[in-house]
Design a protein around this ligand. Sequence first.
Ligand code: SF4
Length: 282
Amino acid sequence: MSDLNAADHSRDSAGLRYVYLVVSRRAGGVSVGINLNTNNACNWRCIYCQVPDLARGSAPPLDIALLEQELRGFLHELLHGDFMQRRVPEGARRINDIALSGNGEPTSAEEFAQVIELIARLREELQLDPAIKTVLITNGSLIYRASVQQGLRRMAQLNGEVWFKLDRASEAGMARVNDTRMSLSKVRENLASAIALCPTWLQTCWFALDGEPPGNQDENDYLEFLASLLSDGIRPQGVLLYTLARPSLQAEAPRLGALTAQQMEAFAARIGALGVAVKISS
Ligand code: SF4
């Protein structure tokens, strides 16, 4: 999952199979990432995706014993070893969150609910500060699955937060940007389920395609979708709005461009006018 942390990304920074570290100076801390999609497979193909050699598919079978060993060892090292001193700049030597992100859609892993249980167990065993979040970065397309819902319910008890991808709120827009044929009603259903189970933010990537920023139609579709959710009492925590910070690794890369701060702020203001919190991240 391409995420919002435009910081020092390095999946192999810790030299492990599933666990990696993202340092964010902006957020003043580190995120402990878990990549379940070691095969670089996702059920979507967003044209801005930064996963190398992205393939269609699901996460491969998980070696949960290895994940447990890596996560326990790495958290222990961050808490009690000298990794922070050696590798993390001053001012960011704090764990902000444990994030299920990675090189594909994390909820496509059959073992998703078990992974959340594992995080719960290790949080307790290592007495992690309850302020540390458990974040799921997802395209939301598999939230209808009972096992994913079970995981989200548990995440809510672990200071959980879902970042639910909504780049465009029309079927044509999703086909263009996410290369998926998912219906808008299904997106709405999945989103409503996520919100009911765990605090959920929308994450929206807003960028120029062939030199053109998203049009009025895109903006209006998005705002209408959001307004209709709100009028049905379906309320996300807010919108994480971002533009392209790093180059896409898909064939469309040369056609994509970042938006200016003013363009981002103009759209954020329209979202804010609905009474929804917006955080712009670069
Ligand atoms: S949802 Fe999109 S951005 Fe995320 S991994 Fe899949 S293709 Fe990439």
